[in-house]
Design a binder for this molecule. Sequence first.
Ligand SMILES: NC(=O)c1ccc[n+]([C@@H]2O[C@H](COP(=O)([O-])OP(=O)(O)OC[C@H]3O[C@@H](n4cnc5c(N)ncnc54)[C@H](OP(=O)(O)O)[C@@H]3O)[C@@H](O)[C@H]2O)c1
Length: 331
Amino acid sequence: MKAIVYKNYGSPEVLHLADVEKPLPRDNEVLIRVHATSVNFGDSMARNFKAISPRQFNMPFLFWLMAKISFGLNQPKITVLGNEFAGEIEAVGNNVNRFKQGDQVFGYTGEKMGAYAEYLCLPENGVLAIKPSNLTYEEAAVVPYGALMAISLLRRANIRPGQKVLINGASGGIGSAAVQIARYLGAEVTGVCSTSKVEFVKSLGAAEVIDYTKEDFTQNGETYDLIFDILGRSSISRCKSSLKPNGIHLFASFKMKQLLQMLWTSRSGGKKVICALGPGSVETLYSVKALIEAGKIKAFIDLSYPLEQIAEAHAYVEEGHKRGNVVISVG
Ligand SMILES: NC(=O)c1ccc[n+]([C@@H]2O[C@H](COP(=O)([O-])OP(=O)(O)OC[C@H]3O[C@@H](n4cnc5c(N)ncnc54)[C@H](OP(=O)(O)O)[C@@H]3O)[C@@H](O)[C@H]2O)c1
C-alpha cells in the first residue's frame, strides 16, 4: 500500500510517498481503508521534534522529555504520522463485534499516529466510531482532534448557560471547535483571532470577536467567567482583571509556572487557573458524532491536498495561521 513515511526528523521535505506492507488486523482489530486524514499541530510537531527545544515546546520540561523518549531521541520511532482519519472498514478480526465490513468510520489515533496511509489497523475499542451521516470523509477526518480536545478541556470548566467565555486562538483546529461547543453549552462567546479570521470566527457563533492585532482583550474592561487560552499566549497576571470573581483561566498549552498557579489557586477561593490535557476517548467521540448529526457543530476545512502533496500541507500548517483545518485526501 502507499503511505507517507519519514525516517528522519526535519522540514516537510522529509515526508515522502513509499510502498509499505499492508497491515493485517489482529483478532481484536479492524482494517480501515483510509479515505482522508489531516495535518494538525501534533503532526507538525512530531515531524520536526528533534529541533523542538524544551523552551519551544508548549508544555513543561518533563512533558518534553517524555515526548522526546516516546517519539524517539534522534530518529522517529513511528515513521507514519497522521492522528485523525475517516474511512471504511475493509476487514475485521475474529473477535470484533462492534464493527463490520463496509462500516464508514472516523477516529483518532493520538500519539500512535499511522493515518498517512491507505490502510490502518486499530483495535475495535480504540477511539473509533461510525462516521456522522451528514459529513463527507474529508469533513469527518478533520473533526476528531479539535473537537475531542475542545470538549475534554471545556469539561474542566463546567460552563453554564449565560456565562461569558473568551476563547483565545479561536480560529485554529481546537479553537474553531471550542467556539461552537461553548456556544452549544449556552455560553456567550468572545473569540480572539487575527484580522483575516474575524468573519470566520463570527460564522462559528461567536457573539463578539476581538482582533488581537488591533486590541488587547485584557485592556477593554470586559470580564469573563472563563478565559480559554489554547496557545498559552496570555499572561495570568494580565488576565486577572478580565476574570469575574470566580472566573477560570484555562490553559491548553502551559508551562511549570501555570501548573504552580493551578496548585496555588486550587487551595484558595475565587479565581482559578486550570491546566489540562485533552485525552481522546471513544465516549467523547460519540458525543462529537451526536453534536454533528444534530447540527450543533460543523467541520471547517481551510485547504485540501492529495496525499502526494502532504509536504506542502505540512509547510502551510507549520506557519501556524491556519483557519480551521487542513485535510488530506487519500486515494
Ligand atoms: N492540552 C492538550 O491536551 C493539547 C492537545 C493538543 C494541542 N494542544 C495545544 O494546542 C495548540 C495548538 O492548537 P491548534 O491545533 O488549535 O492550533 P492551529 O490549528 O495551528 O491554530 C492556531 C490558530 O491560532 C491563531 N493564532 C496565532 N497566534 C495567535 C495569538 N497570539 N492569539 C490568538 N490567536 C492566534 C492562528 O491564526 P492567526 O495566526 O491568523 O491569528 C491559528 O488560526 C498548541 O499550543 C498545543 O500545545 C494542547
